[in-house]
Design a protein around this ligand. Structure first.
Ligand code: GLC
Length: 736
């Protein structure tokens, strides 16, 4: 299905080349803003409006109708979502824009490059569990290289929506429940995508999404209302965006959700007062798909024309696929409801990004045949897969790492599933590129051990006919590796689930296999946190492998064999049951923290696995934290160190998480807040000093419902492992 023509090419088009010498806007030696001034002065209102539209291309890229597809789209359109994996169609469309339209403004091609373009690496939630931002940047640089060389200049990533309800399918797309973690990994992704200069032919512009508070979707349902107070908006949902805007993200995407009565796509406060006026963001905001038109369904606008008015004047520069701007902006301008200044500011922002990307100088993508799945790219994907995996359980028999096993049963619906290892939003990922757990085990043990496979059951359904064969394989084996989890389509957009437990058929298989009495290693591939309360008793060990991407199989097998020592820690809480949701670590204190007051009467009130949980094959001992001062003033840097020793006999990576707590303040504060983390590699017996350099206004101050940071006199606690160190701020109340 091709995009239907919505306008004819602008009347009176003449080639600019014949009319005059190279105009200022085409002169790369001239400062960007002057070039934009010149170009704006030449543009008609229609041409300006078209720059503020994004349609799509590439759904039907077979050679015999490439011309038709290209002709069906206005050459003056601002942007296209590029569904194709090679630059040919892009270059054909770009040629029409650059060589046939009146002003030759290049098109900006965007796409959802979320966790890899063709070299797919773990999902974002898994990446956060690696606690290795540098490695995430490296992976994003691979994605940028493959994307830009395939015709994509702009990715709709990173998604940095704090999410605390794993019923919401999109929890897989962000970096978990903590604002700081989303900010750190979002910024790392921005650096990986954009590098130092987005005009670089191997870099792309980033897009922070979904601005803002989409992760607060009520009951985990998608596209719905989010109840967000100004206080929570600032101390939870805006923080990652502020960190990523400061990291240089060039664009943002406005969100679907209704933010306490004003949808994210019509929210002047967030889109203009905060983003543009307070933070000085000079890029642009694109709406989410059709989100402008959806303002009508949400009751924010009476019709498409009013939806266009609300979104545009709120601060959304580009309309993705709703045609509201295309159909109504000129009218609104003529009626004086949209000012010429706002129109020019919006177009300026779009042109600024196009110029920063170098699209006027290099509008076409050169063909680079070997751009995908380069050996170094696969190594990066494999390293990130291994570092994102979390060893949740390894019982007293220390089932892992596997020792002296000669008969291995590999059982379960995920063990040979290639597609499910790619996860949701896997872009141009191809299941054929994937190494599964079964293949990883064969690679790891194929020579020394006998391996039997049994499907057991499907991911869902009620067909138990395969359980007998699985039980037989388990009874034969020295150890069972049971690979359970989610279909990749159970996560991502429009994928809410009423329960986070796996389908009963998978629990039945686990129970039957465990009934053989053989040691069971449960490996999980899933997008969201799961309710494992009925599976945990049947497993001697549990490895959360997430949806690990193309090299996931060898990473999983490497951990099971001990070739790789697991280092992942949870960046999101695993509830004991769906009934506990929302449950997250940085909650505010209870009024009755004693005598078991306010707890559930029927189940525990503790999660099954808390934020920060993750086991290693070695052990680490934390010493006593020491601060270079206890009393401090606002401009001090307080340096706190803690020695950590690898007390085991295996090399391992240890991430130290530094939390703070303000036990008493004019706005109540969470029981603890993560403010810094660091991962180090320790050999057996080695002791390393981990240091947290505290900037009181950044790390200790609270933020209020207007975005002001406030440091109040009194005690501040620093928490690291089970240690607590108390600092005292002796100064006056300070706000900035
Ligand atoms: C979708 C998603 C958004 C994505 C966009 C373009 O609806 O909400 O994350 O980037 O449309 O595909």
């Amino acid at each position: 299905m091709c995009v239907m023509a919505c306008v004819a090419p602008v009347a009176g088009s003449v080639s600019v080349a014949a009319a005059e010498p190279v105009p200022v806007y085409r002169n790369a030696a001239v400062p960007v803003e002057e070039r934009i001034d010149d170009l704006l002065s030449r543009m008609t209102t229609r041409e300006k409006v078209l720059q503020l539209n994004q349609f799509y291309i590439g759904t039907n890229n077979n050679v015999n109708n490439i011309g038709e597809v290209v002709n069906g789209i206005p050459a003056e359109v601002g942007s296209l979502i590029y569904f194709d994996g090679d630059p040919a169609l892009r270059n054909a469309m770009q040629r029409r824009a650059v060589e046939e339209s009146r002003l030759g403004i290049p098109i900006l091609f965007g796409y959802d490059v979320i966790h890899g373009f063709r070299t797919v690496y773990p999902t974002s939630l898994a990446q956060a569990c690696s606690w290795n931002p540098a490695l995430v940047s490296e992976a994003c640089a691979v994605a940028a290289q493959e994307a830009r060389q395939s015709g994509v200049d702009w990715t709709f990533s990173p998604m940095i929506d704090v999410a605390r309800d794993p019923r919401w399918g999109r929890v897989v797309e962000g970096y978990g429940e903590d604002p700081y973690v989303n900010g750190v990994f979002g910024a790392a992704s921005v650096r990986g995508y954009q590098g130092d200069n987005i005009a670089d032919s191997l870099k792309v512009a980033a897009c922070l999404k979904h601005y803002v508070a989409y992760g607060a979707s009520e009951a985990g349902r998608d596209y719905v209302y989010t109840e967000v107070s100004p206080q929570t908006l600032w101390d939870t949902y805006l923080l990652p965006y502020q960190m990523c805007v400061e990291a240089g993200a060039q664009t943002l995407m406005s969100s679907f959700n209704d933010i306490s009565g004003t949808p994210g796509t019509a929210n002047h406060y967030t889109l203009t007062e905060v983003l543009k006026d307070m933070w000085g963001h000079d890029g642009f905001v694109v709406s989410d798909w059709d989100a402008v038109k959806q303002l009508v369904a949400q009751g924010n606008a009476a019709d498409m024309k009013e939806a266009a008015l609300h979104a545009f004047n709120a601060g959304v520069e580009m309309d993705m696929m709703s045609y509201a701007y295309d159909h109504h902006l000129e009218e609104l301008i003529a009626e004086g409801k949209v000012s010429p200044q706002r129109l020019d500011d919006a177009v300026r922002r779009v042109l600024r990004i196009k110029m920063r990307l170098g699209l006027f100088e290099n509008p076409y993508t050169p063909e680079v045949p070997d751009r995908f799945l380069r050996p170094a790219s696969r190594v990066t994907a494999g390293r990130l897969a291994a570092e994102s995996m979390v060893l949740l359980k390894n019982d007293s028999t220390a089932t892992l790492p596997l020792k002296e096993v000669s008969k291995i049963a590999v059982i379960g619906p995920l063990a040979k599933s290639k597609a499910d290892m790619l996860g949701s939003w896997h872009c141009h990922g191809n299941p054929d590129d994937v190494t599964t757990l079964y293949e990883g085990i064969m690679n790891e043990y194929g020579n020394g051990a006998e391996v039997r496979y049994a499907l057991g059951v499907d991911k869902d359904g009620d067909d138990t006919s395969g359980i007998a064969e699985a039980v037989e394989a388990a009874a034969w084996a020295d150890v069972v590796i049971l690979h359970l989890g989610e279909d990749y389509r159970w996560g991502g957009e429009n994928a809410s689930r009423s329960t986070i437990a796996l389908p009963a058929i998978q629990e039945k298989l686990a129970e039957a296999v465990a009934g053989t009495g053989k040691p069971v290693v449960l490996v999980l591939s899933n997008g969201r946190p799961l309710d494992l309360s009925r599976l945990e008793p049947h497993a001697n060990a549990i490895l959360e492998a997430w949806q690990p991407g193309v090299n996931g199989g060898d990473a999983m097998a490497g951990i099971l064999s001990g070739r790789i020592n697991p280092s992942g820690k949870l960046a999101i809480t695993f509830p004991y049951s769906t009934g506990q949701i929302p449950i997250y670590y940085n909650r505010r204190p209870t009024a009755r923290p004693f005598d078991r007051q306010g707890l559930y009467q029927d189940i525990t009130s503790e999660p099954l696995y808390p934020f920060g949980h993750g086991l290693s094959y070695t052990t680490f001992e934390y010493g006593t934290p020491k601060a270079d001062r206890i009393d401090f003033v606002a401009d001090d840097t307080i340096e706190i160190t803690i020695p950590v020793t690898n007390t085991g006999d295996l090399t391992g990576d240890e991430t130290v998480l530094w939390f703070i707590n303000d036990p008493y303040s004019s706005i109540t504060r969470p029981v603890k807040e993560l403010k810094y983390f660091e991962k180090k590699h320790l050999s057996p017996g080695e002791t390393a000093e981990y240091t947290f350099r505290i900037d009181p206004m950044r790390d200790l101050a609270m933020v209020d419902g207007t975005g002001r940071r406030i440091l109040e006199p009194g005690e501040y606690r620093v928490l690291v492992a089970d240690k607590v160190l108390t600092l005292n701020y002796k100064g006056e109340k300070l706000s900035r």
